[in-house]
Design a protein around this ligand. Structure first.
Ligand SMILES: NC(=O)c1ccc[n+]([C@@H]2O[C@H](COP(=O)([O-])OP(=O)(O)OC[C@H]3O[C@@H](n4cnc5c(N)ncnc54)[C@H](O)[C@@H]3O)[C@@H](O)[C@H]2O)c1
Ligand SMILES: O=C(O)C(=O)C[C@@H](O)[C@H](O)[C@H](O)COP(=O)(O)O
Ligand SMILES: [Zn+2]
Length: 354
């Protein structure tokens, strides 16, 4: 595909929008904020230069930019940081037609979406993801939020963006470790919905990067277009996240999300196999494809009691029942409701190491 081509992926639902994938997309930003006199540009330090270009593009279109630098990564995904942003919007006189632009990885787009969701009970947000994970997952779908002491993303809102601009050129500066972390969510999409993704990843993820981005965005767009508020189908996007989020909490968010999800995916596959739902080769493929990318597939065996307790606040839980997304086969996600504790523990022994 020619570098100058822009791919448009439609996201349906009550507030439809488009995800654009290509290069040099800043010209597409101002029309998404039509009617805005000002726009806050939320970014973390590694994206300072890109955020300055975003601000220039807004200014040139007659929209006054309000740059707000956030602490990087998970340190920025707190209610205190969101409150600082609301103070800044208040001081600058942001009205309901003004907007927010999230520039960066998934942590920044999550908090930018949350700031926009709550300010005046909802103003437009445009997401400019700059990490692979942000492009294929976090910036798409309108899940916004922050972490709390009790766990990951426990406070948030569903607030679909006005548009998402995935500028692939930004990936040139993304550290390799973060690119690989993003591949964990891409692999997730392969297992739950689009197995061609797995073939491409097993062949050469770098060679197929653009196609992987587009395929993963299509998986996500299809699901969130049908079930924005996670009343059913959307839960499949949480594959690997029940254990993954518990690991992130235990690590005090010092582990990358994609790394924790990688372990969580291998765990979910072991659970499904031991529950008699998933065949051995497909379960094994989780480990081989993720480990082949250099992603972690093991975690401390001693951590089990803590992880088990942390999983209780997973958003798929109902009362005291834990619920897991598992596979009944390749691209056949289903729910495993209230699995017995000995099964949960036995599956953990397959990822647990001394
Ligand atoms: N809302 C959702 O649906 C959803 C989906 C998946 C993940 N998430 C959230 O997304 C977050 C993980 O996202 P992530 O993997 O992007 O992590 P991240 O946002 O922490 O970014 C990782 C690092 O890469 C840097 N970075 C990003 N783009 C860069 C670029 N182009 N050049 C140089 N540095 C760059 C960031 O500043 C950060 O230091 C987690 O908080 C996770 O919970 C949300
Ligand atoms: O979009 C979704 O829905 C997902 O579950 C995608 C996940 O990759 C993402 O990490 C999401 O933030 C997790 O949501 P949560 O509701 O479990 O916090
Ligand atoms: Zn995720």
């Amino acid at each position: 595909m020619n570098d100058s081509e822009i791919t448009t992926i439609e996201v349906g639902g009550e507030r439809p929008y488009q995800v654009l994938v290509g290069h040099d997309l800043l010209g597409e930003l101002p029309p998404l904020l039509a009617g805005a006199a000002r726009a806050a540009v939320l970014y973390a330090p590694p994206l300072k230069e890109y955020a300055a270009r975003v601000a220039d593009a807004l200014r040139a279109a007659g929209i006054a930019p309000l740059p707000i630098e956030l602490p990087d990564a998970e340190a920025g995904k707190t209610i205190e940081v969101a409150a600082r942003c609301w103070d800044a919007l208040g001081q600058a006189g942001f009205t309901r037609t003004d907007g927010v632009v999230g520039v960066g990885g998934g942590a920044v787009t999550d908090v930018a979406g949350f700031v926009a969701a709550c300010w005046l009970r909802g103003v437009p947000v445009v997401q400019l993801p700059a990490s692979l994970l942000g492009m294929v997952d976090a910036a798409v779908g309108g899940k916004t939020g922050v972490n709390t002491a009790a766990g990951k993303n426990l406070v948030g809102a569903f607030h679909p963006p006005a548009g998402v601009l995935c500028d692939l050129s930004t990936l040139r500066t993304l550290p390799r470790v973060d690119l690989v972390a993003g591949l964990a969510e891409v692999v997730k999409c392969g297992f739950i919905a689009d197995p061609a993704i797995l073939d491409l990843v097993e062949d050469d993820p770098d060679r197929h990067l653009r196609e992987l981005v587009e395929r993963a965005v299509r998986v996500k767009a299809d699901v969130v277009g049908k079930d924005l508020r996670e009343s059913g189908l959307r839960e499949i996007l949480n594959y690997g996240h029940t254990l993954g989020h518990a690991i992130e909490k235990r690590e005090r968010y010092a582990w990358r999300h994609g790394h924790a999800i990688s372990v969580g995916l291998v765990y979910a596959a072991a659970l499904a196999r031991l529950a008699g739902r998933l065949d051995e080769p497909t379960a094994l493929r989780h480990r081989t494809v993720l480990a082949g990318l250099g992603l972690p597939v093991e975690y401390s065996i001693r951590a089990w009691p803590e992880l088990h307790a942390a999983m209780r606040v997973d958003k798929k839980s109902r009362g005291n029942r834990l619920r897991f997304v598992v596979l009944g086969g390749l691209a056949r996600p289903e729910i495993l409701d209230a699995p017995p504790e000995d099964l949960l523990r036995a599956a953990y022994e397959e990822v647990g190491i001394e």
